[in-house]
Design a protein around this ligand. Structure first.
Ligand SMILES: [Zn+2]
Length: 301
């Protein structure tokens, strides 16, 4: 282990072997000049430019960022990563640009860039290029894409990448195949579904998520419908006096009540009870902070 390992926001001293570990990052072509890279759980995209590569996100550790760089390099050994686009502020997706490509130009939405600057996490490069508002078109090194901020969804300044020419929409930590992701960390549930549905007005037929595998428009809708379902289920559980702080009880309740209807959903047994507990916390507390309470942006995208 070297002193050079970026440490995120860890405060303990000594080596951080789990952060140094280089996972296997695999890749495959999507459409046009768009590729996707994944380790089996996390997923992102990168673009082949005329002279270099545009990477979205960095993966979740210094080791994973270096594996990502290695995967891109195997495909395009003569094309350096010159641009990194941040999907949102979270370290498990964008925390290690300095390990992926220290000299790359980092693009982020203003809301994301502000959090990144304030956090000052070791390895998360501050944005070099900041954009604001709802939509912005970029043309970089022969590739074009649009970044779209539909409003508060998950994390801060979380944006979709839209490729209208090839019908792809990429967005991280929002729609994910199956049930919702774990305990909905930093999801802004109050207006989440309505804000996400704004993206349905864009031209695309393939949605690439930040975890697991791509889905079509029906899969996208199905996932948002599930969030509405879990919101109702959480209210019912509270009304039926399920203890919102008793995870074993919530898990037993979910098994008993929803195994028949949702048991075949991907990772039901792990995620459904976590989703339910989190949604119960939302209805009990009223959601958290400004992002949960600013409402859905007006108008269409
Ligand atoms: Zn996130």
């Amino acid at each position: 282990m070297s002193d050079a390992c970026h440490r995120g926001i860890f405060t303990i001293s000594g080596d951080l072997p789990a952060l140094e570990f280089p996972p296997t990052i695999d890749y495959e072509p999507l459409r046009g000049r768009i590729w996707t890279a994944a380790d089996g759980t996390y997923r992102t995209i990168f673009l082949e430019g005329d002279h270099g590569v545009v990477c979205f996100d960095t993966f979740y550790s210094p080791g994973a960022a270096r594996s990502y760089r290695g995967a891109v390099h195997r495909l395009f050994p003569d094309k350096p990563v010159h641009t990194i686009v941040y999907s949102h502020d979270h370290l498990d997706h964008t925390g290690y640009a300095l390990d992926l490509a220290a000299d790359a130009n980092v693009i982020a939405h203003r809301d994301c860039a502000e959090v990144v600057a304030l956090r000052a996490s070791d390895g998360q490069k501050p944005a070099d290029e900041v954009w604001d508002g709802e939509r912005r078109t970029f043309e970089i090194d022969g590739v074009a894409f649009e970044l779209v901020n539909p409003g508060p969804t998950h994390g801060t300044g979380n944006v979709a990448a839209h490729f209208p020419d090839v019908g792809i929409l990429f967005m991280v930590d929002t729609v994910i195949p199956g049930v919702g992701y774990t305990f909905f960390p930093d999801w802004h549930l109050a207006s989440y579904v309505k804000t996400m549905r704004r993206l349905e007005s864009l031209e695309w037929d393939l949605f690439v998520p930040g975890h697991f595998w791509p889905v079509d428009r029906a899969g996208f809708r199905e996932n948002l419908d599930y969030y509405e379902f879990i919101a109702d289920a959480a209210q019912r559980a509270l009304v039926e006096e399920v203890d919102p702080d008793d995870y074993p009880q919530i898990r037993a309740y979910a098994e008993d009540r929803y195994r028949d209807s949702h048991g075949r959903t991907f990772r039901f047994g792990e995620y459904f009870p976590m989703n339910l507990m989190r949604a119960m916390a939302h209805f009990r507390t009223g959601g958290w902070g400004l992002e949960d309470n600013t409402g859905v942006p007006a108008g269409t995208l």
